[in-house]
Design a protein around this ligand. Structure first.
Ligand code: ADP
Ligand code: MG
Length: 342
């Protein structure tokens, strides 16, 4: 079993606490993402997993093996992990094949065996015919595929990727996402993919750890994060949506059905509560809550409509037709997710 277990993982740089008490079990073979805004500690966490950074507190396990704690530090080359960086980190003076074969050379794997493994890895990323080129002659996407092949060649149990698509243009990112999916399927390795881009994390990962200011906010499937965010911060960070303050009980005439936490009945609660409403659950209707259109943005497949309710709160909706600015309309909300009281 090569599950990766982070136990109360913490990292302090000088006075700054950068990773705080992270507990996480990453299942063997899963494609996981570490997702969070810039500066939240993703790279630091990944570097701790790789052994490039020492942890300040906690423990890190791979399978049953302790990789690191306050006194233990398994060196990176003994961890059976491969890493892919945003910057590719290829050697410009070596050919593509030499770059890919470098980890094998370090392990004294030479001759025909090395050649075969290099060519197999290059074939997987569809760069077999580029073996003798210089990385300088390749496009950004091709360079990133060379970096992937170099990672693949040593058959790591765990593959760590730090924003590998951040330097590529939008079009290429879509194609490369498919390369990562295939790569994951072929290798069966455990993937930990760092990104600040939630669409990318959701498109690729089966499990996502959302980080904020060094802390783990939520761990779950993309669907969990979207449908059942654990707190207001995650609700705002993932997907589009509005957080409304609604007087309890929340099932006012306008809220047709509300998914509630913990068997909330609304009977004993007199407080105001935040409810997350996704735009696909807001319907422009004949009757309901009155609202005014603030703006309406064409998105190709539909319009994104920003509304202001009569009590001043903002609400976003999707609609299939354009609406006029300042037009008065009615809305019905079909579903809401009650967030913990702030
Ligand atoms: P992310 O990858 O999520 O953008 P990082 O892990 O790179 O975040 O950084 C988290 C915080 O730790 C930042 O405030 C950064 O400035 C700080 N940091 C990262 N590496 C070091 C270092 N070697 N020394 C001091 N501070 C660091
Ligand atoms: Mg980073």
């Amino acid at each position: 079993m090569a599950e990766l277990k982070l136990e109360q993982l913490s990292k302090v740089f000088g006075e700054q606490s950068v990773v705080r008490n992270i507990n996480l079990t990453i299942p063997q073979g899963a494609f996981t993402a570490l997702l969070g805004p810039s500066g939240c500690g993703k790279t630091t966490t990944l570097r701790i997993l790789a052994g490039l950074e020492q942890l300040s507190d906690g423990r890190l396990w791979l399978g049953g093996k302790l990789l690191a704690d306050k006194t233990t530090h398994e060196p990176p080359e003994c961890r059976d992990m491969g890493m892919v960086f945003q910057s590719y980190a290829l050697w410009p003076h070596m050919t593509v094949a030499q770059n890919v074969g470098y980890p094998l050379k370090l392990r004294k794997i030479n001759g025909a065996i090395r050649h075969k493994r290099v060519m197999d890895a290059l074939d997987i990323v569809e760069l077999g015919s580029y073996a003798d080129r210089s990385p300088l002659e390749l496009s950004g996407g091709q360079r990133q595929r060379v970096a992937l092949a170099r990672c693949l060649v040593s058959e790591p149990k765990v593959v760590l990727l730090d924003e590998p698509l951040a330097n590529l243009d939008r079009h290429l990112r879509g194609t490369m996402e498919q390369t990562f999916r295939d790569f994951h399927r072929r290798t069966g390795a455990t993937f930990v993919y760092v990104t600040h881009d939630q669409a990318e994390a959701m498109a690729l990962a089966s499990h996502i750890a959302v980080m904020h200011k060094g802390e783990l906010m939520q761990w779950g499937s993309p669907q969990d994060l979207y449908q059942q965010p654990q707190n207001t911060w995650v609700a705002r960070f993932i997907g589009k949506g509005s957080i409304l303050s609604l007087p309890a009980p929340v099932n006012t005439p306008y809220l047709d059905s509300v998914l509630l936490h913990d068997g909330f009945t609304g009977q004993s609660c007199h407080s105001v509560q935040p409810v997350l409403v996704r735009p696909e659950h807001v319907q422009i209707a004949e009757a309901g809550l009155s609202a005014q259109v603030e703006h309406c943005i064409y998105q190709g497949e539909r319009y994104l409509v920003a509304l202001r309710l009569s009590d001043g709160q903002q609400l976003t909706a999707f609609h299939h037709l354009p609406l006029q600015q300042q037009q008065n309309i009615y809305v019905r909300m079909h579903q809401g997710w009650r967030l913990e009281a702030a």
